[in-house]
Design a protein around this ligand. Structure first.
Ligand SMILES: [Zn+2]
Ligand SMILES: [Zn+2]
Length: 246
């Protein structure tokens, strides 16, 4: 028996309709997951949107709170890691992940971002770091009209972030790495030291986070500033090589 051309078309169309509906249903049933995210470009797009909207606008748009534990570091700036991942999922798959759909932190967002080639630092520890170097005098250069503080460069979160993004978070003098010794919670924890001689800092000076700052552990940092002197990283490195009498 011949089926009319029109009827055949309508059957085919209906079949396609059912198939499409089935696909949509499967998409809806299968929980969207952080694991699916595998395109670094989607993360970069989320970062660009964050830059455009600013932190508050971005968090509001995607319904995330401020990151308290881990920050994504990119281009010397710091980003709320979980919100970026949620938004990046939207760039890759069309639907952003909401805050409730996945947990942030060390087991999820951090390895995912690192797997995609990004740098993540522990935020709470990073903020604590910034208040540690008591040995550093606050005002070390007095100009005619204003004083510049080296401490300020070591404490600037943006400069610190760019320094760590470039140099990593192991001490450049002795190689000490907090995460290796104290565990993954300490990922990214390190001091930064400002290596430009104070005499070279004038009023027009702007810190270059890659050439003027280096990551150092608190011990080496204390040694660099010991006695209020300016010692170079090489000086301290040389001290570490010296044989000690026991
Ligand atoms: Zn060190
Ligand atoms: Zn320092």
């Amino acid at each position: 028996m011949l089926i009319e051309r029109n009827k055949l078309d309508s059957i085919v169309m209906r079949y396609h309709g059912i198939a499409n509906y089935g696909e949509r249903l499967i998409e809806r049933i299968r929980p969207m997951s952080l694991k699916d995210l595998n395109d670094p470009k989607a993360v970069l797009e989320a970062i660009a949107e964050y830059d455009q909207l600013g932190q508050e606008g971005f968090l509001k748009r995607y319904g995330f709170g401020k990151a308290r534990t881990f920050a994504l570091i990119h281009g010397g700036r710091s980003y709320d890691s979980k919100a970026i991942v949620g938004a990046a999922h939207g760039y890759q798959f069309g639907t952003p992940l909401s805050s409730k759909q996945f947990s942030g932190g060390l087991a999820t967002v951090v390895p995912k971002l690192e797997e995609l080639g990004f740098t993540v630092v522990a935020l709470a520890l990073d903020e604590q770091t910034a208040s540690i170097p008591e040995e550093v005098p606050d005002s070390v250069w007095e100009g005619a009209r204003r004083s510049v503080t080296v401490n300020r460069y070591e404490r600037s979160p943006a400069a610190r972030a760019a320094c760590i993004e470039h140099h990593g978070s192991a001490c450049l003098i002795c190689g000490f790495d907090f995460a290796q010794t104290y565990g993954a919670d300490f990922q990214g924890f390190i001091h930064v030291h400002h290596i430009v001689p104070i005499s070279k800092i004038g009023e027009q000076y702007e810190v270059d986070p890659i050439n003027d700052l280096i990551p150092v552990c608190p011990n080496c940092h204390a040694a660099l500033h010991y006695g209020g002197k300016e010692q170079s990283p090489d000086d301290i490195k040389a001290l570490l090589q010296l044989p000690r009498s026991t």
